[in-house]
Design a protein around this ligand. Structure first.
Ligand code: LMR
Length: 401
């Protein structure tokens, strides 16, 4: 027998977010709550299947279509609809054909193809992500071969933005540095820049010749689909080079379907064609082309005015429920721990809250109360509901006193 070729392979650490779900599943406590992964659960504690998606799926299945390969960059109708959703139907970048979009395997797939493009094709060396950022940003850009650096973002004293230090850092970056920005509902903090701050950031990006990479995975979870698109539109108006990754995992509740998009704005239609040709090479040698079903689902909803309206309503329902549980959690903590102010949680946006819980407190929550949170203190408030909020509030109050 030959010796194993893999005998020296080391055990890798489990993923800080998805690894928690594995731990959670193996917990036998019937009152366990998973506030780790960024998934929206409804008030019954289940991941919803949206009515607009059900209708779209019924229509698609009824057609019994054959399953030929898709184009390398995916479903062309879907790609166009993504552009309209992100930039608005009236956008100059659409009119001038300066934008190209590729259907990707979720937002993560878009980030990966975008990172490969910047490293291999554009020749970028460094990316700057917010401190803190989604844990996987570092891994994705690092694996693509870019040096991953951080710019100041969150101020734990004020629970707001460290805007002065952030601006100073951005102003000091060399040309062609890639700057990754969360377009809305910052993950993990839930704290976003205001519109004036975004205008300052876009000025710096333009002045310094930086390459903005906007990650928008939570459009519709902050204020509305339209308002949450503000940053994308602002950058599209000002920047001649722009990369955007978007995801429909959350907004369509289509997590396991892996549906997102990578959009790149170029200086001209001709440049955009060259960019598209390079993206196709990257995708072809990676996974060849994306699957059909997920793109068809989103396409069917976005292309039909009634279904799109229904989607907007259902998304609004998720957003409003999150706001209610944020407020309930803050009220509960105020009652259980007089003197502790948790009201910041009602001001944060999207599915996450940087709760301020320390790593030790998070471990205690998990080991003693079966309440799972990310060790950074991030909690997914979208997993709270009228049945588990009492347990969670009591558990949190026990670990913070
Ligand atoms: C999260 O931040 O929890 C989500 O985006 C899910 C993931 O893939 O990490």
């Amino acid at each position: 027998m030959m010796n194993s070729a893999f005998s020296a392979v080391e055990l890798a650490p489990s993923d800080p977010i998805l690894g928690l779900t594995e731990l959670f599943k193996s917990d036998s406590n019937p009152n366990k709550v998973n506030l780790g992964v960024g998934v929206y659960y409804n008030d019954d504690g289940v991941v919803p299947l949206l009515d607009c998606v059900k209708t779209a799926e019924t229509q698609i299945v009824a057609k019994h279509r054959a399953r030929a390969y898709q184009p390398i960059d995916g479903n062309a109708k879907y790609n166009k609809l993504v552009q309209t959703l992100l930039f608005g139907a009236e956008s100059e970048v659409l009119d001038s054909n300066r934008i190209i979009t590729a259907q990707t395997l979720g937002g993560t797939g878009a980030l990966k193809v975008g990172a490969d493009f910047l490293k291999q094709v554009v020749g970028c060396t460094d990316v700057w992500i917010s401190d803190p950022s989604w844990a996987n940003h570092r891994g994705i850009f690092g694996n693509a071969g870019l040096n991953v650096n951080v710019y100041p973002y969150y101020d734990s004293e004020t629970r707001g933005i460290a805007f002065g230090p952030m601006v100073d850092q951005l102003k000091a970056l060399p040309q062609q540095s890639v700057v990754l920005l969360h377009a809305c509902c910052h993950n993990p903090t839930g704290v976003d820049l205001n519109e004036d701050q975004w205008r300052t950031v876009v000025d710096i990006v333009v002045d310094r010749g930086l390459i903005p990479f906007l990650d928008i995975a939570y459009q519709g979870f902050g204020s509305s689909l339209d308002e949450d698109g503000f940053v994308v539109r602002l950058f599209a108006e000002r920047c001649r080079s722009l990369v955007i990754s978007n995801s429909f995992s959350k907004s369509f509740s289509l997590y396991g379907e892996r549906i997102g998009g990578l959009s790149i704005v170029s200086d001209s239609a001709e440049e955009a064609k060259r960019v598209q040709s390079q993206l196709k090479c990257l995708i072809r040698t990676n996974y060849s082309n994306p699957p059909i079903h997920s793109g068809a689902l989103v396409e069917t909803v976005l292309a039909n005015q009634d279904l799109k309206k229904q989607w907007d309503l259902e998304l609004g329902g998720m957003r409003e429920r999150i706001k209610r549980v944020r407020s309930d959690l803050s009220t509960n903590i105020a009652k259980l721990c007089p003197g502790v102010d948790f009201s910041f949680i009602t001001k944060q946006k999207g599915m996450f809250s940087y709760s301020g819980l320390t790593r030790e407190q998070v471990i205690k929550l998990r080991e003693e109360y079966s309440v799972y949170a990310v060790e950074s203190g991030r909690i997914c408030v979208a997993a709270l509901n009228s049945k588990n909020i009492k347990t969670v509030s009591e558990a949190i109050s026990q670990v913070i006193i």
